[in-house]
Design a protein around this ligand. Sequence first.
Ligand SMILES: Nc1nc2c(ncn2[C@@H]2O[C@H](COP(=O)(O)OP(=O)(O)OP(=O)(O)O)[C@@H](O)[C@H]2O)c(=O)[nH]1
Ligand SMILES: [Zn+2]
Length: 363
Amino acid sequence: MNQPQQENKAERILQKMGWNAAFEAHFAPYAEQGYSVGRVTLEHKRIYRVISEHGELLGEVTGKLRYEASGREDYPAVGDWVVISPRPEEQKATIHALLPRKSKFSRKVAGSTVEEQIVATNVDTVFLVNALNHDFNLRRIERYLILAWESGAAPVIVLSKADLCDDLEARIAEVESVAIGVPVHVVSAEQDEGLDQLAPYLGEGQTVALLGSSGVGKSTLINKLSGAEMQRVSEVRAGDDRGRHTTTHRELFLLPRGGLMIDTPGMRELQLWEADEGFRDAFDDIESLGESCRFSDCQHLREPGCAIRAALADGTLDQSRYDNYRKLQRELAHLARKEDAALRAAEKAKWKKITMGQRQKKK
Ligand SMILES: Nc1nc2c(ncn2[C@@H]2O[C@H](COP(=O)(O)OP(=O)(O)OP(=O)(O)O)[C@@H](O)[C@H]2O)c(=O)[nH]1
Ligand SMILES: [Zn+2]
């Protein structure tokens, strides 16, 4: 292959992986210094699988990055674009830096620490998958919307298992009333219905992540969109073929018809933990109603000129939506208090360690 052809091919790989002008602009200063770039598809014990124009490489971060990192959020996560120096002959790379994230899904690290753990980044669209069976729950959709808005990815509601529902119109109307302006699509992965509605979100280089409770049909949907029993099945089969395992298992993967899918275990267990902006976006209707109360510090209890109570009375605001709003607000406030307490405890422990160290030195 001649040089330009090779360059074109390399560029095509990056484009398929979601490379765009915005990332390119952030990368420009690194490019000048001769660095390459790649996207993280899997993390395992601080070893990162990275797709680059040099193919798939195993990356490790530099000591400098580790030294300068103030927490887990400064380390690469699945979906990240990373600045690398590749060693293609060894299929390895050194990771020097992360490019700024377009969006991120995070959760609190398990246990009493208050560290943020990033489970997926640079997601363009998040499918909020909800089954249209007895599990259907508007309040859960409201909760997922907070997570979605907080992440910076655009939410799309996917109502799955349409074959189990005989009142579609009513369900859709209910969902639309709590997810104002959010696209809603009805599918049945099992019956292969409605899936082409999802194609626009899966154009070349577009990244989608799935959020939804256990059993709503996320794996089934991924398998259908992959056009094959790709995800879990290949992992099971990998048991008798080690070589295959390493080449097939990824948490960020290309779909055969273009588009990328993120399916990390962390995404599947995502809980609400910190979401000021996400909360306001998800309940924009209620928040703006509250702003038109006569008193700016209205508690919406007995005050005259309360816009919220007026809306509840005339039915423009649904009581159960408002109740959930209050409930989630309390929950977030409670989490924030817990975090503050944990943060203070961590600070205290740190200072104790430092002062003890100093005392020891004096001895
Ligand atoms: N009737 C019907 N069943 C479906 C449909 N899609 C998935 N299912 C069934 O729902 C069950 C759960 O599906 P999964 O795809 O494993 O659900 P999941 O969301 O990946 O679940 P977790 O892996 O636990 O998060 C399986 O028994 C599927 O066969 C559908 O469109 N219609
Ligand atoms: Zn009020």
